[in-house]
Design a protein around this ligand. Sequence first.
Ligand code: ZN
Ligand code: ZN
Length: 409
Amino acid sequence: MRAVCWEGREDVRVQSVPDPQILNPRDAIVRVTSTAICGSDLHIYDGFIPTMQRGDVLGHEFMGEVVDVGRDQSRLRVGDRVVVPFTIACGACFFCREDLWSLCDNSNPNAWMAEKLYGFSGSGLFGYSHLYGGYPGGQAEYVRVPFADVGPLKVPDALSDDQVLFLSDILPTGYMAAENCNIRPGDTVAVWGCGPVGQFAIRSAYLLGAERVIAIDRFPDRLALAVSGGAEAIDYSRTDVPDALRALTGGQGPDACIDAVGLEAHGTTLDAWYDKAKTSMFMATDRSHALREAIGACRKGGTVSVPGVYGGWLDKFPLGAAFAKGLTLKMGQTHVHKYMPRLLSLIEEGRIDATSIITHRASLEDAPELYRTFRDKRDSCMKVVLSPGASSAHDAAPGEMAEPGGGSR
Ligand SMILES: [Zn+2]
Ligand SMILES: [Zn+2]
């Protein structure tokens, strides 16, 4: 089969690899109909995620049709159409029973690596390094899904792939980020980063009762989409964010702050340049400008929610400010399994439109070009959906060549 493989920093290639096989009795094999490139895939692309190996198949946002099941598969049948959570969970351990699916104790065969780094290991993840289990990902024609009697969500035929694909990660991630804010009626929530997770966090904050959401980014198209979701916009390249937030909240600060940026934050202030210099010399692992600013801006007694990905050790982390202001910090990989059914209902009721963030559609074969387009935020790229079945822009007959930038039709 064809699959998107990591071959090194800024080097992904579409290659032929062996078809996945059923390895365990609860497995299923899914033929992928749609898969997306995630902002967190860019952390791999840029070389920030350790324990990647050449040839690893990428991708953790995917859906498709079940084409084979193991002998103990009690829930899925060949032909079922499913969306698969990016977190792999057994369904039976302490953490799964507590609804803490991304902390499953039984799905990371390389738990010893994470234990060395973090004390304990979270769940295995599709296509996200050997630290998280080394599972081949879903940017491929086929994928093996472990514990397939627990994770995959069957979706109604009436809904298109575009409508439900993001149940695999970013929609639940944005929703959990907002839920972690403990929003009460009348609250103001500020969101750093208006990529896909930020967009869904904005919409989820309103669904959960926020009165105002303030969105912070520097790309006009991303801010415009945030505004169309009801947010007020701050362009951090032109405005001092803490001052603006103070002015917008009567001097008190937002009740909750969401860092939907994560470890590769950009910024224009001194600490942001310091981070960039240090990480580029490998003297630090994470650039945390957005998180610092969120902690500084949040009102006393408020909540800082962190759906953005962090991997290692933070430098210049303002724990003193968090302590002095009595902040609550909430974070972590998304408990996707917990949120999928309720978000599917919201999609069916038309209360969440997940399709508005898609800017690029292409064939799997075009993945290398689109990784670069997305990373460089060229062509207003916000979200790339790849279809393994579609023909590549490069296969187009003369006269039908795609626009430069690929797939933005
Ligand atoms: Zn993702
Ligand atoms: Zn478990």
